[in-house]
Design a protein around this ligand. Structure first.
Ligand code: AMP
Ligand code: MG
Length: 711
């Protein structure tokens, strides 16, 4: 039995879309190998599986898909529930009864309650969450009585650490995953028909796709050793297990598929692939500890469709967006150190802000309902006071008031506060005018953000106010992407590497490298100076190799066109897959895109003006996406033009511009592409549309300040 590719799915029973750790992860090894991907919902996970199955089938490859939830229940359950023998009868039954919406909302607890109701006694399912009222589903396993079925399947009894399928809730439970996983796979097998078989219930010989139950904990040791290299443990599990299975020689694989158990038992209870044969499974990983493949781009990711000659800017951006993925690993770090970092997971509020109802002003608090009549009120003052950090512990009797300060938790018996400036007091009583609205001058608990609400989404680059928000919500640490390492390399025989060094008359100083390194730094990436090399293929090659080791992405400038002296593009064309994007924009030459040893190379024009504009327009969103953030678009403003210009159709144009005192856009006196002083004079770019325009004074144009490019 041979499989070309192995996919492992780490399943989740989450009731809402979830990403990051403890959500669904999918790994693939062997043919179609890919870094682990995360799916926010079960629906999304099935879409990933379907598309990968399509790819495999289109090229005649066999796939093993392993999922980490029980495929069956202890003996007797299937028959008792469905009236038919065998696990697959139960698969069909669950497929018909389980509801699981695209947003993960599902009826698993209600269904378990209903199943329990049909059996005598209490059970077999348990684990009712506290907020649900389901009379037949006990909260605790110990509450079950007259359990007609075994607690564990035979395979679970053989492998220590497994969890019984009956437990639906809390730490380590797999019961809910089975209830929500089996119906999804049942649908998949139904759709695929005879192309798909479920192990060990069906014969595998003719199946292109085989589904099998797996359990990553069989490789706990290996996973623990390598976990740090992955975004999270679940990602490590799916990748390592997929590689272990894909690495098994054919005979070993065949042996794993014939576990030491009776056929009858296998038909009913299934088996975990590799259970009882962990040494064999381990051998699939080989002797040496495998190198983690960091997230990788596909080799052909920058390919343009045949026949495309000039690409409009908008299309080039869309293509770039779809080609790129985050390329850095993640780490957990304290909120105080996370400014400027990009969140790798959605962050949820650990506590409400404010955590308790409190006073918004200094004044006097009381129960609004106890105020009698209208007009002037006089209330006796209760002893003591409530201040921020010094709560009033007792209850304020109805009809009395208490001194309260800003930020103080409202004591029991207080729901309304009058401002001290509106009161008169003699120390024993307080008097104020009506009418008084209930709850005035108070803040509700969670009125800003409630506990459990999403505070910030994955991909967010943390600002100073974000740190305040996270701290206020009780969040101590976040999972963030490590900063993207951006290598910058200059090429050209005419270039002198170091500013200020003596130069001959045919030489010029490297202007691009300091500019691009500083752009990378200001954008929150880690700049990696790859220096300058002459137009010599050997030297360029060696420096690109260094870049592939030390950086996550390489920006080159110079030598990226198609001319005789364009050594970077020549090298990338002959030794990597180069795509030269001829973008319909000015300034700009072709943008060279390639993968060097798996690392993306963005070949910018040599001309500093073009290099800068291309870095802002294409480099910034591309780097942001590779760093784990969004494919950012700069915010522009429409302002009157303080210049005239007649522009032909066909290319989008970027002019060096700034706003004059009236707030109108003026442009640099020369459009010459060698005029670096214009870049420095400018405070932004005027973006002229692809179409022809005849700009006259006062006409509206789009101005994008450098600040919109985060400079
Ligand atoms: P190239 O893209 O190599 O044809 O270069 C286009 C123009 O940009 C030429 O005039 C180069 O001398 C100039 N150039 C290339 N690299 C740099 C650099 N790092 N700094 C300043 N000018 C450069
Ligand atoms: Mg050159």
């Amino acid at each position: 039995m041979r499989f070309d590719g192995v996919i492992i799915v780490d399943w989740s029973a989450a009731a809402k879309p979830t990403t990051g750790k403890d959500s669904i992860w999918i790994g693939q090894a062997g043919s179609g190998v890919q870094p682990p991907v995360n799916a926010p919902t079960r629906h999304a996970a099935m879409e990933v599986l379907q598309s990968r199955i399509e790819v495999a089938r289109a090229s005649g490859q066999r796939l093993l898909i392993g999922a980490d939830f029980p495929f069956a229940y202890p003996q007797g359950f299937a028959k008792a529930l469905t009236g038919r023998e065998g696990a697959l009868a139960l698969w069909q039954w669950l497929a018909a009864e389980v509801q699981d919406a695209p947003d993960n909302a599902n009826n698993r607890f209600e269904l378990a309650n209903r199943i329990n109701k049909g059996f005598p006694g209490v059970g077999p399912f348990w684990g009712c969450p506290a907020h649900l009222d389901l009379p037949h589903l006990p909260a605790k396993g110990s509450a079950r009585q007259y359990m007609p079925f075994a607690e564990r399947r035979a395979v679970e009894a053989a492998e220590r650490g497994t969890q019984p399928v009956w437990k639906l809730f809390t730490t380590g439970s797999v019961g809910s995953q089975a209830l929500l996983g089996i119906p999804r796979l049942a649908k998949l097998t139904a759709d695929l028909g005879s192309a798909c078989a479920v192990w060990p219930f069906e014969p595998l010989e003719d199946a292109e796709i085989v589904l099998a139950e797996v359990w990553p904990s069989l490789l706990t040791k290996e996973i623990a050793e390598l976990e740090a290299r992955y975004p999270c443990k679940d990602a490590a599990q799916v990748d390592i297990l997929a590689r272990a299975i894909a690495g098994l020689p054919t005979e070993r694989m065949a042996a794993l598929l014939k576990p030491d158990a009776s056929l009858e038992l296998l038909q009913e209870e299934g088996w975990i692939l590799g259970a009882g044969a962990v040494q064999d499974l381990r051998s699939g990983l080989g002797e040496t500890v495998p190198e983690l493949t960091p997230p990788r781009l596909r080799n052909d990711c920058f390919a343009m469709p045949q026949g495309v000659s000039w690409v409009p800017v908008t299309e080039a951006l869309a293509k770039l967006d779809s080609a790129l993925i985050p390329l850095t690993t993640t780490e957990t770090l304290p909120v105080a150190k996370a400014g400027g970092r990009i969140l790798a997971e959605d962050v949820f509020a650990h506590r409400s802000n404010p955590p308790r109802p409190n006073s918004a002003v200094d004044g006097y608090g009381f129960a609004r309902e106890a105020l009698q009549g209208e007009g002037l009120y006089t209330l006796p003052l209760a002893k003591g006071r409530a201040a921020a950090g010094q709560p009033f512990e007792g209850a304020v009797p109805a009809g009395q008031a208490i001194r309260i300060l800003t930020g103080a938790i409202l004591p029991d018996g207080v729901d309304t506060v009058v401002l001290e400036e509106d009161c008169a007091t003699d120390g024993a009583r307080v008097a104020f005018d009506g009418p008084i609205k209930a709850r005035i001058n108070t803040r509700k608990a969670g009125e800003d953000v409630a506990e459990g609400e999403m505070a910030l989404p994955k991909g967010r680059c943390l600002t100073p106010p974000d740190l305040a928000l996270l701290a206020a919500l009780g969040v101590g640490s976040v999972s963030a992407y490590r900063p993207l390492r951006v290598g910058v390399l200059s090429t050209g025989d005419e270039i002198i590497a170091t500013a200020g060094d003596p130069a001959l008359h045919h030489q010029i100083h490297d202007a691009n490298r300091p500019m691009l390194l500083e752009l990378a730094r200001q954008w929150g990436f880690t700049p990696v100076d790859l220096g300058h090399v002459k137009d010599d293929p050997k030297k360029i090659r060696a420096r690109l190799d260094k870049g592939a080791r030390d950086a996550d992405v390489i920006l080159t400038s110079g030598g990226a066109s198609a001319g005789d002296e364009d050594h970077v593009s020549r090298l990338l064309r002959s030794e990597a897959t180069l795509s030269s994007w001829r973008i319909a924009m000015k300034p700009g030459r072709p943008l060279a895109l390639a993968l060097w040893k798996g690392i993306p190379v963005l070949g910018l024009p040599g001309n500093p003006v073009a290099a800068f504009v291309c870095a802002l327009v294409f480099g910034r969103p591309a780097l942001s996406k590779m760093a784990g953030g969004p494919f950012v678009a700069p915010q522009g403003f429409t302002v009157p033009a303080a210049f005239t210009k007649r522009k032909k159709a066909g290319r989008r144009e970027y002019l060096r511009a700034r706003l004059n005192e009236e707030g109108h856009a003026e442009v640099f006196r020369s459009e010459g592409s060698g005029r670096i002083s214009g870049l420095s004079w400018a405070e932004g770019l005027v973006e002229l549309p692809d179409d022809a325009v005849d700009i006259t004074h006062g006409m509206h144009v789009r101005f994008v300040p450098y600040g919109s490019f985060r400079l």
